[in-house]
Design a protein around this ligand. Structure first.
Ligand SMILES: [Zn+2]
Ligand SMILES: [Zn+2]
Length: 353
């Protein structure tokens, strides 16, 4: 099969013929119909996240936002069938540990990030193998295409779980979103759909315009103001109720915490970069004095994808609006390259393999 293979961090991916995956007893092979290209792929491509133990090694196939058709199932698979139209979550669980059994597959004790480590080769390829297929594969309902699912990608799932499950977002709350890449734009759109007043923050007007289209009530161009968090707090009448770091760099994390009002909730969605290596210093005393919460959020349990699908089917969430273009497998390296200086807006989706 054809695949885009990582040969060296930061170097173009090699388009190669490699062996197609074979099916394990509890696994399934999926023919990929669409796969999003996202900033997490860029981090993997750069060789970030060594401190998390998920630095992709040479030979790895990246790509963690796929949807497609099941073409083969293992002998012990019970519910998934050949021909099923499925999404593959990016946090692959074992389906058997206490976290998985309690419905928290996203924090599985032996979670494997799709496309980042050797046992779970990703979907920048014609086919991929999914372990514990009954637990992991999510059936796509009629009316949600593979491309739309790829547009949802990790960003919608992650943002939805953060805003709808982890934080307390009420109608009329002020929700600030720092960083309007894929995760940030998804967070804007979802928070708006949940009834919040959204303040979008970014460095470029182009991304802020897209945020406005997706439901932001106000925007702050961080390159044009001295005090970003002060600006956000002023718009929110003293401080946001919920604030999201959708980028994962020290500056946006601090700005997010500092834009909160009393009893505000900070949502950390983005993992940090090589510069932070997982550590960011925060205004701890201020957080204590104002009873500010710091909430981590990782992916989304596969058992709850239905909640998003219902909102997509009724048009409340429109993931296709975040898809900026459809491309071929051969274009992946150029798209990753363009992310180096934040030169992409919206999400490119591979449709041609
Ligand atoms: Zn588990
Ligand atoms: Zn992603």
């Amino acid at each position: 099969m054809k695949a885009a293979v990582l040969e060296a961090h930061g170097e173009p991916l090699a388009i190669q013929e490699v062996d197609a995956p074979s099916t394990e007893p509890e696994g399934a092979v999926v023919e990929i119909e669409a796969c999003g290209i996202c900033r997490s792929d860029w981090h993997g491509w750069q060789g970030d996240w060594a401190w998390l133990g998920i630095q992709p090694q040479p030979g790895q196939i990246l790509g963690h936002e796929p949807a497609g058709r099941v073409v083969e199932v293992g002998a012990e698979v019970e519910t998934v069938r050949e021909g099923d139209h499925v999404a593959i979550p990016f946090n692959i669980g074992d389906g058997t540990c206490p976290e998985c059994r309690r419905g928290h597959g996203n924090t599985c004790e032996s979670v494997l990030p799709l496309g980042f480590v050797e046992p779970v080769q990703g979907a920048f390829a014609e086919y991929t193998h999914v372990p514990a297929a009954d637990h992991n594969l999510v059936q796509l309902p009629d009316g949600v295409s593979s491309t739309e699912m790829a547009g949802l990608g990790c960003r919608f799932m992650t943002s939805f779980h953060a805003l709808a499950h982890q934080a307390d977002v009420d109608a009329g709350d002020w929700v600030a979103v720092h960083g309007c890449g894929g995760i940030g734009l998804s967070a804007v759109h979802i928070a708006d759909a949940l009834g919040a007043n959204v303040i979008a923050v970014d460095l470029t007007d182009e991304k802020l315009d897209l945020a406005t289209d997706l439901g932001a009530a106000a925007t702050v161009n961080a390159s044009e103001v001295d005090n970003v968090s002060g600006e956000v707090a002023a718009i929110a009448g003293g401080g946001a109720d919920v604030s999201v770091d959708a980028l994962g760099i020290a500056e946006t994390c601090r700005n997010s915490v500092e834009s909160l009002g009393t009893r505000g909730q900070h949502l950390q969605i983005g993992l940090t970069t090589d510069d932070e290596a997982g550590e960011v210093s925060l205004p701890t005393d201020r957080m204590v004095m104002k009873e500010i919460e710091f909430i981590g959020s990782l992916g989304m349990p596969p058992t709850r994808y239905d909640e998003i699908f219902r909102m997509v089917q009724t048009g409340k969430l429109r993931p296709a609006e975040i898809v900026s273009e459809t491309v071929a497998l051969e274009d992946v390296s150029a798209k990753l390259e363009a992310m180096t200086d934040f030169g992409t807006t919206g999400i490119p989706v591979i449709e041609e393999f």
